[in-house]
Design a protein around this ligand. Structure first.
Ligand SMILES: Nc1ncnc2c1ncn2[C@@H]1O[C@H](COP(=O)(O)OP(=O)(O)OP(=O)(O)O)[C@@H](O)[C@H]1O
Ligand SMILES: [Mg+2]
Length: 248
């Protein structure tokens, strides 16, 4: 089982849109996928047609209270894709994690317990840097950093990458993908060329274009790779999934 963590410290840069589309692409290719909605905004739960619910949450799994997490998991309209929707407890996850001893090794074990049922877990992350992020980094095989081609977003991403290098002896595996890139923007294209030269960012070849189809996903609550499979943006999500190469 692989764990892909979609993260950025900056809000609104496309974590949720990327998470649910990559999850859908993987599920359609035969992976059994769980999307873990760790964001109290609950956007990916909403887009996959689930609203907040009550009950146990990820914190219980981490504290080894043997919750039946599988009871919390919900199916979606997409075969092989399930979601652990945001619930009221998600907001408490940060403080719950701080109470757990030897949290990193517990986190890894608890998540591995899900491998009987899933081949891939995709985490839709909140734009925060707290204990929840520590959890994400502890369990992820790969962190996908999302950034828009704007100076502030790129700056936040670079700072984060430097932090990772400082904090960890062997930094977690990561890649960076640019989201909402405009083909006709000279500025975006020039910035892209500059960023491609920066090895620090581990930029993916694939960039996700700005597309109004993504914005309307909130209306029909269907991933764009399902509603508009032949669109450029859908093809890019497919290329990105291939490029991340989680199979190996
Ligand atoms: N490629 C795109 N083209 C156009 N709009 C996009 C694209 N990707 C995301 N958006 C829009 O940008 C907004 C933010 O996207 P999204 O919710 O995916 O970001 P996020 O990083 O998850 O945000 P948050 O930090 O609040 O969780 C949404 O309105 C979404 O529809
Ligand atoms: Mg989001």
């Amino acid at each position: 089982m692989k764990v892909l963590n979609c993260y950025s410290l900056k809000g609104g840069v496309g974590k949720t849109s990327t998470s649910i589309n990559l999850a859908t692409v993987a599920a359609r290719q035969g992976w059994r996928v769980l999307l873990l909605d760790l964001d109290p905004q609950g956007a990916s739960s909403f887009l996959l047609r689930h609203d907040s619910q009550e009950g146990q949450g990820l914190g219980d799994l981490l504290k080894r209270q043997r919750p039946d997490l599988f009871e919390m998991v919900r199916g979606t309209n997409i075969e092989r894709l399930e979601v652990l929707p945001y619930n009221d407890r998600t907001r408490l996850l940060d403080s719950e994690i701080s109470e757990i001893r030897s949290f990193r090794s517990n986190a890894k074990k608890s998540i591995q317990a899900l491998s009987t049922r899933y081949d891939l877990i995709i985490i839709d992350s909140p734009p925060t840097a707290d204990n929840v992020l520590k959890f994400q980094l502890a369990v992820a095989d790969l962190t996908l950093l999302l950034s828009t081609p704007s100076p502030l977003a790129v700056r936040a991403t670079l700072e984060y990458v430097y932090n990772l290098r400082e904090k960890f002896k062997s930094p977690p595996m990561f890649r960076t993908t640019l989201q909402m890139v405009e083909k006709r923007s000279k500025y975006h294209q020039e910035l892209l060329l500059e960023l491609r030269k920066m090895e620090t960012l581990q930029l993916t070849e694939t960039v996700i274009p700005r597309s109004s189809l993504i914005e309307t996903m909130a209306l029909d609550r269907t991933p764009v790779v399902v509603s508009h499979p032949r669109s450029v943006v859908s093809q890019r999500f497919e290329s990105l999934w291939l490029e991340l190469d989680l199979m190996s």
